[in-house]
Write a protein that binds this ligand. Structure first.
Ligand code: ATP
Ligand code: MG
Length: 442
């Protein structure tokens, strides 16, 4: 088992013949930014995931640049530049759909910024800091050793201040510095990043980090829900969603993010079955990412929270609520509770509701309803969701099959299918209580 390696004071320098990074693998726009900064007399390096992925022979998702130019210098150099961020001021240089993020080297956590400010929460979390520093200080501020490698455009060398190259070779994910607990306190989101990078890149989490994550999973509840929305999407759209789920659960992070779903999965009777549906949905997401097909955040949230909404609806039906109102209320309640931990922007939660709602409507496929449902803007998502449920015994496979045929056949046959007396499998779905109450459920 690997031990934490004491950090060198001088960086290890891997000259251009000692590493495999070729400029041909770097986006032209990133190169443009790097060269223009260099030509204006600034130091400019590719940093973070770009360098890490190139060293691993993978295609980077995006390119980040670190420089000693201040954000205002960057803005002067690039017309297509926007300054963003309150906690950290960053420059975004945009080229069509590609954004190159340019960050000024940062001083160590705890240093005062140029106006003498640092802001910490009671738990020791960094709230705001804009203090500029040297490249070495910048390296120490980053999260994992493998994310703190710099590709210097001045001489095409890779600079390694934290032994990241060694960790990359050994396949170890390690927080920078020798106080992992403090690094997790500073920013608990690093735990989610650890899960994502280890799952996606097949890295082992270093034992001291593993230990600290087990102890500090609860810190996740202090992170702003809006920030967690993006992080959760990155986890589950990483192409390794099934492993991410296992790892989130292993550390108790899933419970911190999705308490309602975790409670459903912990149910001694139905837990495994309910979780099986989510696993099926995540396998499907991983396959779609691999095949470069689209994935939608709403589908993901609909899947994660499906067990919770079913449970809530069933409790309401058991209390004799009107079935339509029971489902509507269940959807609202589950989403309202969820956004206290991880926010879901309205434009997505509306789609989540539509996908869930279609689960009630797809079994009613007789007469004109079926043709009308085909034109529903979320029909495809609702149908995919239904078929995933069918795979784990949560819906009737014949119903899924019926809709598959119905979409593929010609109009005449569609009419016949929708008319078939009792032929549609609606009658074979789970019996639902018919009793209605006059009261409105609220
Ligand atoms: P990818 O873009 O593939 O998701 P990445 O490592 O580039 O991975 P980004 O979110 O783009 O991740 O961040 C760029 C770099 O910024 C990281 O590599 C890391 O050095 C630093 N960084 C990002 N988030 C944090 C954090 N929460 N704490 C410390 N450093 C961070
Ligand atoms: Mg990146």
């Amino acid at each position: 088992m690997s031990q934490p390696v004491p950090a060198p004071i001088e960086p290890r320098v891997y000259t251009r013949d000692q590493h495999p990074i070729s400029r041909a693998a770097i986006s032209e726009n990133a190169l443009k930014v790097l060269y223009r900064l260099r030509d204006a007399g600034f130091r400019s390096c590719l940093v973070g995931g770009g360098v890490r992925d190139l060293l691993l022979g993978r295609e980077p998702k995006d390119f980040d640049v670190a420089t000693d130019a201040h954000p205002d210098d960057v803005r002067r150099l690039f017309r297509n530049c926007r300054l963003i961020g309150r906690r950290f001021r960053l420059a975004h240089v945009t080229f069509g759909r590609e954004i190159i993020e340019v960050a000024t080297f940062r001083a160590p956590f705890g240093a005062e910024d140029e106006e003498g400010n640092i802001e910490l929460s009671e738990e020791g979390r960094i709230l705001r800091d804009n203090c500029y520093g040297t490249i070495e200080q910048d390296a120490w501020r980053r999260d994992f050793t493998i994310n703190a490698l710099y590709y210097d455009i001045a001489n095409y060398a890779v600079l390694d201040f934290t032994n990241g190259v060694l960790d990359l070779h050994e396949g170890v994910l390690r927080l920078i510095g020798d106080e992992p607990e403090q690094r997790l306190r500073e920013d608990p989101v690093r735990m989610l990043r650890a899960v994502r990078f280890s799952a996606k890149l097949g890295l082992r989490i270093a034992p001291e980090l593993d230990h600290a994550m087990h102890r500090h999973a609860g810190l996740m509840t202090s992170v702003a829900p809006a920030r967690l929305f993006d992080e959760v999407i990155k986890l589950f759209h990483s192409g390794a969603a099934v492993t991410c789920l296992d790892e989130l659960e292993r550390f108790g992070l899933f419970e911190a993010l999705f308490p309602q779903a975790a409670a459903c999965f912990a149910d001694p009777e139905l837990g495994l079955e309910r979780r099986a549906f989510l696993v099926e949905a995540l396998k499907n997401t991983d396959a779609r990412i691999r095949d470069e097909l689209g994935v939608h955040p709403a589908f993901l949230y609909a899947a994660v929270l499906w067990a919770a909404v079913q449970r809530e609806a069933q409790a309401r039906l058991a209390a004799d609520e009107d079935p339509v109102a029971a489902w509507q209320q269940a959807m609202s309640v589950v989403l309202e509770r969820q956004v206290q931990r991880v926010s879901i922007p309205k434009r997505y939660s509306l789609v989540v509701r539509e996908i869930w709602d279609l689960q009630q409507r797809l079994p009613r496929n007789q007469g004109g309803r079926a043709l009308k449902l085909l034109t529903h803007p979320r029909f495809r998502a609702g149908y995919d969701f239904l078929c995933l449920r069918a795979r784990v015994g949560d819906a009737d496979p014949d119903l899924c099959q019926w809709w598959t045929e119905f979409q593929q056949t010609d109009e005449a046959r569609q009419q016949a299918m929708a008319r078939a007396p009792g032929g549609a499998p609606a009658a074979r779905t789970r019996p639902r209580r018919r009793r209605r109450k006059a009261q409105s459920a609220s």
